[in-house]
Write a protein that binds this ligand. Sequence first.
Ligand code: AMP
Length: 303
Amino acid sequence: MAHPNDLRDARFLLDVDTRPPNPVPPTILTNAAAMRRWRAANSGSCGFVPTMGYLHEGHMELVRRSIEENLHTVVSIFVNPMQFGPNEDFSRYPRDEVRDLAQLSAAGVDAVYLPNANDMYPEGYQTYVDVERVTLPLEGAARPGHFRGVTTVVLKLFNAVGADRAYFGRKDAQQLRVVQRMVRDLDVGTEVVACPIVREADGLAMSSRNVYLTPEQRSASTILKRSLDLAGDRWAAGERDANTLRALVRDNIATEPLAEIDYISLADDVSLEELSGLVTRPALLSLVVKFGKTRLLDNVELA
Ligand code: AMP
């Protein structure tokens, strides 16, 4: 007779297996009509998390929050060609649909919307959403056409999913503000919920693109959060001079030879207009730094 603790005995394995039953796998929807039919058949509050896949804990936090706050949760995975410039990383953007679906299934997501580019942008496509001033600086200046691609696809996804709430990360600070502006300006019925930045243990903001970093670049990348923290501490201690705060970040990042600064910005928290002199209202300190070809974004809100 085997001892009850002997897990090699299958009879006792059954006794000790207290795991909950596997969650029902999410329904997969591959075009807008199917997505809309699913939503019509599933009444009650619905949360939506739009992503480009290659999911990490940053995405999964949004998913968990949506599951907590809504009866249903839909996640989309779509690497949107319209928001990539001709010399950007669209074709090499990391993809792993099998792993993504396993994670979403384990989290208990109800539906995954996986449209393809031909259905999203069929021949003859000619309609775009352009948000104006808030798209001009920062990522808008560095990546012409990027936000037009973002707002166009987000509105299309919102229309197909019909969610009550959509969850966005503060990591992409300008994207969040642009989508908030679009939702207000166009009376979109989906509420935008902003969620905190999720970071690795050493402070690097999680991103699908972190996989591009070499081990040396990966360890050098911790300079970003440390530099933002330095400015955050000075802000908390009462420093309000915009140039001083920007210079603090710039000088600190300049000590890292692998880091190439694209921009460092201290801007009005809502309009994203660059600030000068004494800062008297909530501000967004944001930066893009390149390590090799990889652009890393990070930011901190100073309020
Ligand atoms: P992406 O797949 O990069 O388009 O991101 C999908 C959503 O996840 C966006 O709302 C991002 O802001 C959000 N997100 C990405 N990385 C993080 C992170 N580290 N923390 C919080 N949200 C994130």
